[in-house]
Design a protein around this ligand. Structure first.
Ligand code: 13P
Length: 253
């Protein structure tokens, strides 16, 4: 059975006590799945809770990391957090280019490319989010949009063993979203795989491709049944540890 990849980005949903309680429960609930190598699990809490995460998850197989990272490692970046600072806390992964970052903060592919490189230079995994808008979908240009993001965000990146791609259509994320139907998501993943093969040759098949956007207990199995979907990035349905564990256990059956 192939290993399934799961991640959750807790956004601004948890304070310190809630993060501690959540990660303690997740650690206990998923230990057997992780030890058997059935799943890979990454959690991205808010920056303020990273130290808590490093303490709660010490010795666990759960990876934790940042929801974002600075484009630079220079000092004069007030308010930012560098890749080296994340690494110092024991982070193993960084989420880059979430559609909320693109939409609310205007992040572009060029700056995301710098973030990917900063992350890799510190020996961490870069979880690159790529997305399409409802308008892209309506105009039928979603694949072009995704290919452009892959080309631009991964420009000059050769260390693909530590790249994961999280496809999260903007129209599917959050309370107002509806999950992509599995066939559509599967097609977009196939398209991304083709693009990555053009960029990296056969090695591209090693890159983990994940889907995110209104994943829940009902739609998770259908999404994971798509051949090119290696895992799921889950928001709201994963923020209750017991429910997240349930989704992962169901997927491993
Ligand atoms: P939801 O699962 O709540 O739609 O959030 C997805 C997401 O943004 C994960 O990064």
């Amino acid at each position: 059975m192939k290993k399934l990849y799961f991640c959750t980005n807790t956004k601004m949903s948890k304070n310190l006590a809630q993060t501690r309680e959540y990660l303690t429960a997740l650690r206990e609930g998923t230990a057997d799945l992780l030890e058997q190598g059935l799943i890979d699990l990454a959690v991205m809490p808010s920056f303020t809770a990273l130290e808590t995460a490093s303490r709660v998850l010490a010795g666990s197989l759960i990876t934790f990391g940042g929801q974002d990272v600075c484009v630079s490692d220079e000092v004069e970046y007030t308010g930012e957090v560098s890749a080296a600072m994340l690494r110092e806390l024991g982070a193993g992964i960084v989420m880059i280019g979430h559609s909320e970052r693109r939409r609310i903060f205007g992040e572009d592919n060029r700056s995301l490319n710098r973030k990917v490189k900063m992350t890799l230079a510190q020996g961490m995994t870069a979880l690159l989010s790529v997305s399409e808008t409802a308008q892209d979908k309506a105009f039928g240009v979603s694949e072009e949009r995704l290919h452009l993001q892959l080309h631009e965000c991964l420009d000059g990146v050769t260390d693909i063993g530590r790249i994961r791609i999280l496809y999260e259509p903007a129209w599917a994320i959050g309370a107002a979203g509806v999950s992509a139907d599995p066939e559509y998501a599967g097609r977009m993943h196939e398209s991304m795989r083709r693009c990555l093969r053009q960029m990296y040759g056969e090695k591209a098949d090693e890159i983990v491709l994940m889907y995110g956007g209104s994943v829940n207990n009902e739609n998770a199995p259908g999404l994971l049944a798509q051949p090119q979907i290696d895992g799921l990035g889950i928001g709201r349905s994963a923020w209750n540890a017991a429910n997240f564990e349930k989704i992962m256990r169901m997927a491993c059956q």
